[in-house]
Ligand binder design. Structure first.
Ligand code: ADP
Ligand code: MG
Length: 394
């Protein structure tokens, strides 16, 4: 689960990580009041679940999702140009994201910008802390072009973050004196916040130093492990559904493992492994999957019906591929679900069906006698090939 910058900063601040003073605003008037209370120069920051806001552009033509405002009047003006508008950044994709709130923070006097991030390294089975003096810019670019500028330490899950590791990173960034001390304290608190809140990613870009010898988190991004949210009610309550794909939200209500992709072939499959294999074979046959969907081992008619409805409501879908291996779930149950959905929604798209395993003949029979025009296939390769060829308007 993702949260907004202002929410991540509230969490980090509870652990004592220094952040600039700030408050979230939902209207230009509120932005004005907050800016007035803070006083002086402030920064108006669009709150969306994506980075790259500073360099982003609004669909209205207004440039910059992060703006420095000289006074409260200017803060109100910027807020009115951001709120309700669609911001496009290199992380949002061309469709962009609607800004529903802005974060008003005091402006910091930046000496230098750094990058600091914590993420799980699955290959090494431990958290990796990454730091770079190339802050404020896209870290993916630094990693690709000048990987030697990213310093890493891996934290042992039982021993925890060690003082020598903090020192290693501090020296690598070229810190000394007060700044070194401030950095060490910040990193210790940041790591504690990451670990205790079951975060999968904590990213501070930029982390800044000031002339007064302070180290401050100027931006913050945190993602959390969905499977751990049950033990973090406070974090779970920060979920902002308006930031999520509506079809994914709908799918999660029905316990479906559904992830929307950018292709054109809607897939309904049981089992995550078979779903991955199906996506691979579609790609090999020259198509592109519109989604990953695992209806699960214990799919009921109702669940299959919902899954099929969600697939068909994706406007990008040009053909549907149903690939089921009947083990725990029976093929006739799947067929019944599809037919139940077909009663409610008119199916205008070609639907290719491959059923194998328990009650597959019975399932195929149901589909054949339904009066609907299903295309049947005997194996996965044939099914994928038919689904690619059957696409309308391609
Ligand atoms: P994003 O990463 O989405 O572009 P950031 O919060 O990193 O958003 O802001 C972009 C840039 O704006 C930062 O790299 C920094 O230079 C500047 N900035 C952000 N917040 C402040 C602040 N409080 N004071 C001064 N400059 C800021
Ligand atoms: Mg940033």
């Amino acid at each position: 689960m993702k949260v907004h910058e202002y929410q991540a900063k509230e969490i980090l601040n509870k652990y004592g990580v220094p952040i600039p003073k700030g408050k979230v605003a939902f209207s230009p008037e509120e932005a004005y009041q907050i800016a007035k209370d803070i006083g002086g120069v402030v920064v108006v920051k669009s709150q969306i679940h994506a980075g790259g806001r500073g360099k982003g552009t609004f669909k209205s033509g207004f440039k910059g999702g992060v703006k420095l405002a000289k006074n409260a009047e200017e803060a109100r003006d910027y807020a009115s140009k951001m709120l309700g508008e669609i911001l496009v950044t290199h992380q949002t994709g061309p469709e962009g994201k609607k800004v529903e709130k802005v974060y008003i923070t005091e402006a910091s006097d930046i000496l230098k910008e750094y990058y600091l991030g914590i993420v799980l390294d699955r290959a090494k089975e431990r958290n990796v802390i990454m730091a770079s003096s190339e802050g404020g810019v896209e870290i993916e670019k630094v990693a690709a072009e000048t990987p030697e500028k990213i310093f890493k330490v891996w934290v042992h899950p039982l021993l925890g973050l060690q003082k020598y590791q903090i020192r290693e990173l501090g020296f690598a960034l070229g810190f000394s004196g007060d700044i070194f001390k401030s950095f060490s304290e910040l990193l210790e608190k940041l790591y504690k916040a990451h670990e205790e809140s079951d975060a999968t990613l904590t990213e501070i870009n930029p982390l800044i130093t000031t002339k007064e010898g302070k180290v401050i988190a100027l931006d913050a991004k945190m993602n959390f492990d969905d499977n751990a949210l049950a033990r973090h009610q406070e974090i779970a309550s920060l979920r902002d559904i308006s930031e999520e794909d509506p079809l994914e939200v709908e799918a999660s209500k029905h316990d479906l493992n559904y992830i929307r992709l950018d292709g054109t072939i809607g897939c309904m499959v049981n089992g995550a492994g078979l779903a991955m294999a199906t996506m691979d074979v579609i790609t090999l046959e020259g198509g592109k999957p519109a989604n990953f969907l695992d209806v699960g081992g214990s799919a009921t008619t109702e669940r299959v019906k919902n899954a099929f409805r969600i697939l068909l409501s994706d406007k990008n879908v040009k053909s549907v591929l149903i690939n089921i291996f009947g083990g725990i779930v029976r093929c006739d149950v799947i067929a019944e679900g599809v037919l139940a959905a077909a009663k409610e929604i008119e199916i205008k798209l070609p639907v290719v069906v491959r059923l194998q395993g328990t009650n597959s003949e019975k399932g195929m029979e149901l589909l054949k006698n339904s009066g609907q025009n299903f295309i049947t296939a005997k194996d996965l390769k044939e099914a994928a090939s038919l689904a690619v060829k059957a696409q309308k308007g391609m």
